[in-house]
Design a binder for this molecule. Structure first.
Ligand code: PHE
Length: 455
C-alpha cells in the first residue's frame, strides 16, 4: 500500500473546514439562480424528481470518488488522475479526464463571473433603494438596462474576477474558511425569511405543487439531460473543484460523511430557493420559464413590498455575491494548482495569469447580452452555448469517465484504504452506484437526448 502523500499547496485546518469550503463551492449561483429558472423552463415537478435522483444516486457517489482521488493524489486534478492511474497500473492517458474536468471548470468560471456580476449590481441597486415600491415593469427595466450595457457588465465582471484572483492568490485557507463560517448560516436564515414571505403571498401551494407534483408528460429528453447536468453543476462535480479541495483534506476525515453533508446542504438551499421564488412568480403573474433573468425579476418584487425589504434585499444579494465568490474561488483553484505544478509558477503569478485569460473569455458572455445578442449558433448565444456545452455535455462526460475509472480501474484495496473502512454495506452500495448506476444512467440519458433511443 502506498504511503499517503502530502499536499504541496497546504491543507484545510480540519475536516469541518473542508466540509464548509466544499459546501461553499457547491452552494452558489447554481442553487439560487440556475435551479429555479431551469426548473421553470422544464416544467417543474418531474424535472425536480430526476434532479433529486441524480443527486442521490450519481452525485453523492461521485463526490466520494472525487474526494478520495483528490486526497490520495494530493495534486491538481490532472496529476492526481495520473498518479492514480500509475498506482493501479493503468494507462497514463486517464489523466485526460483530469484535463477535461479542469477545462470545464475554467470555461464555467468565465461566465459564472459575469452572472456573479449581476448579483453585485443588484446589491448596489438595493442600496440605492431602486426596488422600493417598484412594480413588475420598473423591475424589468432595471434588469434589461443592466444587460444592455457592456461597460457596466464588464466593470462588474472585472470586480468579481479580481476579487477571485486576490483571494486565490492569498491561499485558500484563511480568508475562505472564516468567511464561509459566517456566510453560510446567514444565507440560510435569509432564505428562510424569503420562504416565509413567499408563504404569505397566497400562492405558496401553487409553488409547492409546481416543484413537487411531477407531471412526466412535461419532461422532455433534453429536460432529463439538463437535470442530470445540473446535478453535476450544483455539486461542483467533474470540474476539478471537489477533487482539488479533497487534496487538502486531512488524512483521518471520513470521505463518505463529508460527501453526504455537502450534497444535503446543497440540495436544501436549492429547494428553499425554489420555495422562495415560485410562489412569487405565480403571485405576480410572472412566467415561470423566464430564463436566466428569473430571480432578478421576481425577488426584487418581493423586496419592494415586504417590511424592511430594502435591508433584506441588500443582505440577500450580498449573500448571493459571497456564495458566488466561494464557488468562483473553487473554480479557479484547480487551474492555479495545475499552473503551479506544471510551470513552476508562484501562486500569485498562476492566479493572475489564469484570471486574466478568464477575464478575456468572459467578454464573450458579456457581449451575448448586448452586442452579440443576435449572433447565434444552434439558436444559442455564446453564453448559452458555453453554459450548455459545459453543464450538459462536459460535466456528464467527465462524470462518466470518472465513474468508470474509480469503479473499474482503481484497485479496490486502495479505495477502501482511502475511505478508511472495510468492505461493508456502505462500500458495496457506493460501488454499485459508481460501477453501474452512474455509467448506465449517463449513457442512457445521452442516447435518449441525441435520439438514438426513445425513452
Ligand atoms: N456548484 C456551483 C453552484 O451551484 C458552481 C460550481 C460549479 C462551482 C463547478 C464549482 C465548480 O453555483
Amino acid at each position: 500500500m502506498a504511503q499517503p502523500r502530502t499536499s504541496i499547496h497546504g491543507n484545510w485546518s480540519s475536516r469541518w473546514a473542508f466540509i464548509l469550503a466544499a459546501t461553499g463551492a457547491a452552494v452558489g449561483l447554481g442553487n439560487i439562480w440556475k435551479f429555479p429558472y431551469i426548473t421553470g423552463e422544464n416544467g417543474g415537478g418531474a424535472f425536480v424528481v430526476i434532479y433529486l435522483m441524480a443527486i442521490a444516486m450519481i452525485g453523492v457517489p461521485l463526490l466520494m470518488a472525487e474526494i478520495l482521488i483528490g486526497r490520495r493524489g494530493r495534486r491538481n486534478p490532472v496529476n492526481s488522475m495520473y498518479l492514480m492511474a500509475q498506482e493501479s497500473k493503468k494507462h497514463p492517458a486517464w489523466q485526460a479526464v483530469g484535463w477535461l474536468m479542469v477545462c470545464a471548470g475554467f470555461l464555467i468560471l468565465s461566465y459564472y463571473s459575469v452572472i456573479a456580476g449581476w448579483s453585485l449590481e443588484y446589491v448596489w441597486l438595493a442600496i440605492i433603494g431602486a426596488f422600493n415600491n417598484a412594480g413588475t415593469q420598473e423591475i424589468q427595466v432595471l434588469f434589461d438596462s443592466m444587460l444592455a450595457s457592456p461597460q457596466k457588465l464588464l466593470f462588474l465582471h472585472s470586480l468579481i474576477m479580481s476579487s477571485t484572483i486576490i483571494i486565490v492568490a492569498a491561499g485558500v485557507q484563511k480568508g475562505l474558511e472564516r468567511s464561509i463560517y459566517l456566510m453560510f448560516p446567514t444565507m440560510l436564515v435569509l432564505l428562510v425569511i424569503l420562504v416565509v414571505y413567499a408563504m404569505q403571498s397566497g400562492h405558496f401551494k401553487e409553488g409547492l405543487a409546481f416543484l413537487f407534483q411531477p407531471d412526466f408528460n412535461k419532461l422532455t429528453s433534453s429536460g432529463t439531460l439538463i437535470a442530470l447536468g445540473h446535478a453535476f453543476f450544483t455539486l461542483s462535480l467533474a470540474t476539478g473543484s471537489i477533487m482539488m479541495y479533497g487534496a487538502y483534506l486531512p488524512n483521518h476525515a471520513s470521505v463518505a460523511k463529508g460527501a453526504i453533508a455537502i450534497a444535503f446542504a446543497d440540495t436544501l438551499v436549492a429547494i428553499l430557493a425554489g420555495l422562495a421564488i415560485f410562489p412569487l412568480v405565480f403571485a405576480n403573474q410572472l412566467e415561470a420559464n423566464a430564463g436566466p433573468g428569473l430571480i432578478f425579476q421576481t425577488l426584487p418584487l418581493a423586496f419592494a413590498h415586504m417590511p424592511y425589504g430594502q435591508l433584506v434585499s441588500i443582505l440577500f444579494f450580498a449573500m448571493l455575491v459571497f456564495a458566488a465568490l466561494t464557488s468562483a474561488i473553487s473554480l479557479l483553484e484547480p487551474t492555479v494548482a495545475l499552473l503551479m505544478e506544471r510551470l513552476n509558477l508562484s501562486r500569485q503569478r498562476a492566479a493572475l495569469l489564469s484570471g486574466s485569460l478568464l477575464w478575456v473569455l468572459g467578454l464573450g458572455s458579456i457581449f451575448s447580452f448586448n452586442l452579440w445578442a443576435n449572433k447565434t449558433v444552434f439558436d444559442k448565444t455564446f453564453f448559452d452555448l458555453l453554459d450548455y456545452v459545459t453543464a450538459n455535455i462536459m460535466l456528464p462526460m467527465g462524470g462518466l469517465f470518472l465513474a468508470i475509472f474509480a469503479a473499474w480501474k482503481m484497485e479496490p484495496g486502495e479505495i477502501l484504504n482511502e475511505l478508511r473502512q472495510g468492505p461493508n454495506r456502505g462500500y458495496y452500495c457506493w460501488r454499485f452506484c459508481v460501477r453501474y448506476v452512474a455509467p448506465v444512467a449517463i449513457t442512457i440519458i445521452f442516447l435518449d437526448f441525441i435520439g438514438m433511443i426513445d425513452l
